[in-house]
Design a binder for this molecule. Structure first.
Ligand code: S3P
Length: 177
C-alpha cells in the first residue's frame, strides 16, 4: 500500500513517514531529501540560487516520476507541495493522502532550531510565530481540500505511536470530507 503525507513544516511528515515505512516494509521517500540529493544542494540553497519556482518545478517532476514507481511507497512531501494543482493530481495517483497537523506553537517549537534552513521562515526570524500563523491560515483550506484523512500529531510522544494510529485509521472508512 502507498501512503502520501502532506502538511505544514514541523507536523512530523518525515519522522512519521519513516516510521510508517518501517512498519509496512515500504520504501520511504521524502521529496525534500530526494530533491536535495539530486541537486547536491540544500533546499535553502536551491531557493537562494534558483528561486522558489525552480524548486516547485523539481517537486512536480519528482512526483511525476513517482507515479510510475512500482512497489509500496510512503511519501513525505514538502509543506508547499499540495499548493500546485498539478501536484495534487499526481499525489492522488500515488496513494491516499494523510494530512498531518499541529498547532502553530507546536510547529514553531519543532522548527525553531533550524529556521535558517527553512527559506519561508528564515526571513521572519523576528516573529516566526506570526509567519507560521499566517502561512497556516493561507494553506489550511488547501490541505483540507486535498486530504483523504487528517491526523493531529501534537499529542503524541513519538512518531511510532503516530504511525500506528495512522495505520489503524487507514483501515477504517472514515474520511475528513
Ligand atoms: C516548504 C516546506 C519545506 C520545503 C521548503 C518549502 C513550504 O518542507 O519543501 O522549504 O513551502 O512549506 P517541509 O514541510 O518538509 O519542512
Amino acid at each position: 500500500m502507498n501512503i502520501v503525507l502532506i502538511g505544514f513544516m514541523g507536523t512530523g511528515k518525515s519522522a512519521v513517514g519513516h516510521a510508517l515505512a518501517n512498519m509496512t516494509r515500504a520504501r520511504f521517500l521524502d521529496t525534500d531529501a530526494e530533491i536535495e540529493r539530486e541537486a547536491g544542494k540544500h533546499v535553502a540553497e536551491i531557493f537562494a540560487d534558483k528561486g522558489e519556482e525552480a524548486f516547485r518545478n523539481s517537486e512536480s517532476m519528482l512526483l511525476q516520476r513517482l507515479t510510475h514507481d512500482k512497489g509500496s511507497l510512503v511519501l513525505s512531501t514538502g509543506g508547499g507541495t499540495p499548493l500546485r494543482a498539478e501536484n495534487v493530481r499526481l499525489l492522488k495517483k500515488i496513494g491516499p493522502i494523510v494530512w498531518l497537523t499541529a498547532p502553530p506553537q507546536t510547529i514553531l517549537g519543532r522548527v525553531r532550531r533550524n529556521l535558517a534552513q527553512r527559506p519561508l521562515l528564515a526571513s521572519h526570524k523576528d516573529d516566526p510565530l506570526v509567519r507560521v500563523q499566517h502561512l497556516l491560515a493561507e494553506r489550511t483550506p488547501r490541505y483540507a481540500a486535498v486530504a483523504d484523512y487528517e491526523f493531529d500529531t501534537s499529542n503524541f510522544a513519538n512518531s511510532d505511536a503516530v504511525a500506528a494510529c495512522i495505520l489503524t485509521m487507514l483501515k477504517s472508512p472514515v474520511v475528513t470530507r
